[in-house]
Design a protein around this ligand. Structure first.
Ligand SMILES: [Fe+2]
Length: 367
């Protein structure tokens, strides 16, 4: 319950708040069981803030859910029937962790609420009877914090979007060099992230594998088109030039700090489990995990895509080949899993755009 004595007092609080508010586009949810207090506060703040009110915790949660994208700050009384303020704010925090929460409480309740502070993610409590300036400052500071966090997350989202779109553009530019490999990088990435997800890889690893997948062949930009797009078999010399592309890929991304974590997956995607791959002849688990995943996805896509020198192989033929090469070319555990989830892989092959959006970690972060 607000310790509100009269309209004059309320107008003073309202004036103080509006005079120092960050802007008038914030929505504040006030929860108090004293209906008269709520109505008076609503009148006072009208035109200064968007005010939502609720007379108990349950109603407050419902109002919050219905206005989840609008509410910046909650002011709640503590002593209320049905649900105490701390419990209400604890539940509110599960729905809206970023919304600022202020609790009004009597001096005798301070110890009781101390335990609840963390659960509530409480920004501040204000003792009753409260000093108007203290409440005003709490709201002002709370809204400042809310605005700062919002702009930070918007900037972060913008940066992630820029990162994602830049990588996709670079990848598309590479795929455009050779019509026969059009969409190759995206599909290899898609099969890689499906396999990694089915292996329960954590989110940061999924993000890293996705980025490495998109960039794994970027070094082919430096390969002459006469070799890259040659319709027939490559000579030994031409193949040696072609084999430089994983190192070229790694060099191209070396200057970008944000991409350091994906370098191993890019550099080693042509290593083989038996040590007969390139560039470093790594074997077994010395080959980075992401590179072992990309190697399987890369080979599957190469087999199931039409090339200048042969038609695409059927899905079943490609899967049989992966199974056959498990333990020689590929990590046997990963290859076995790839074969197990072949129905998902086939569905993704037939509808890559849809499946990419479904499985992409990078895309989810910006959508
Ligand atoms: Fe490659």
């Amino acid at each position: 319950m607000f310790n509100v004595k009269n309209d004059f007092f309320l107008n003073s609080v309202g004036d103080l708040i509006s005079a120092t508010s960050v802007n008038n586009e914030h929505t504040i949810l006030i929860v108090d069981d004293e209906i008269n207090n709520l109505q008076l506060l609503k009148r006072t703040f009208r035109g200064k803030y968007n005010i939502l009110t609720a007379s108990n915790g349950l109603e407050g949660l419902e109002t919050l859910k219905n206005n989840i994208n609008d509410v910046s700050l909650i002011v709640s009384d503590h002593k209320m029937p049905i649900m105490e303020g701390t419990k209400f704010l604890e539940e509110a925090n599960k729905i809206a962790p970023d919304v600022i929460k202020i609790l009004l409480t009597g001096f005798s309740d301070v110890e009781i609420i101390t335990d609840a502070v963390n659960k509530c993610n409480l920004f501040q409590y204000v003792l009753k009877p409260f000093n108007p300036e203290e409440l005003q400052e709490a709201i002002r500071n709370g809204l400042n914090k809310f605005d700062l966090a919002s702009s930070k997350s918007l900037i972060l989202k913008d940066l992630k979007e820029l990162f994602y779109k830049t990588i996709k553009s670079i990848t598309s530019a590479l795929d455009a060099k050779d019509p026969y490999t059009h969409g190759h990088s995206m599909r290899v990435t898609l099969y890689s992230i499906i396999l990694a997800k089915e292996l329960n890889a954590p989110n940061n690893q999924l993000e890293s594998i996705e980025t490495a997948g998109l960039l794994h062949d970027i070094g082919k930009i430096a390969i002459p088109e006469s070799i890259l797009c040659k319709p027939g078999k490559l000579t030994d010399d031409e193949f040696n030039v072609m084999k430089t592309h994983p190192i070229n890929s790694e060099r191209l991304i070396a200057s970008i700090e944000r991409l350091h974590a994906v370098s191993p997956g890019v550099k080693h995607h042509h290593e083989r489990w038996d040590g007969k791959g390139y560039p470093d002849h790594l074997a077994g688990e010395d080959i980075p995990y992401s590179a072992r995943i990309i190697a399987i996805a890369d080979t599957y896509d190469a087999m199931t895509s039409t090339r200048s020198y042969r038609k695409a192989l059927d899905h079943e033929v490609a899967i049989a080949e992966i199974e056959k090469c498990a333990g020689a070319q590929f990590d046997p555990v990963l290859a076995k899993k790839f074969v197990e989830i072949q129905d998902i892989i086939k569905a993704a092959k037939d509808n890559p755009e849809e499946y990419y959006l479904k499985y992409s970690t990078l895309y989810k972060e910006i959508s």
